[in-house]
Ligand binder design. Sequence first.
Ligand SMILES: [Mg+2]
Length: 119
Amino acid sequence: MKRRILIVDDQKGVRRLLEELFKKDGWEVHLACDGKEAIARVDETLPDIILMDMKMPSMNGLEASQKILARNNNQAILMMTAYGEMDVVQKALEAGVRKCISKPFDILDLRETVKRMLD
Ligand SMILES: [Mg+2]
């Protein structure tokens, strides 16, 4: 069965880039543009991993991750933060986010990180 990834980012360019990358690798890719949409998509798609942007309008990545993890603390989430946001990183990890990666990131590093998180 294909591994499923949910990519959550308010920037269309980022969503497109990551969608292309993971589709090429054979993943089933789902997309959401903010935290609220992410929460709805999780129930529909049951992703193996969620790639979650931090800064988004309507509901940010930290709040969305907290809500998702409150319902399923086994959900693997990788959060994309801005460089230097150490307070946010700490809060995310405390909430149960598995890992944080700071933007801008090398997409090949990101791909490796995602793979390693699920192995
Ligand atoms: Mg953003």
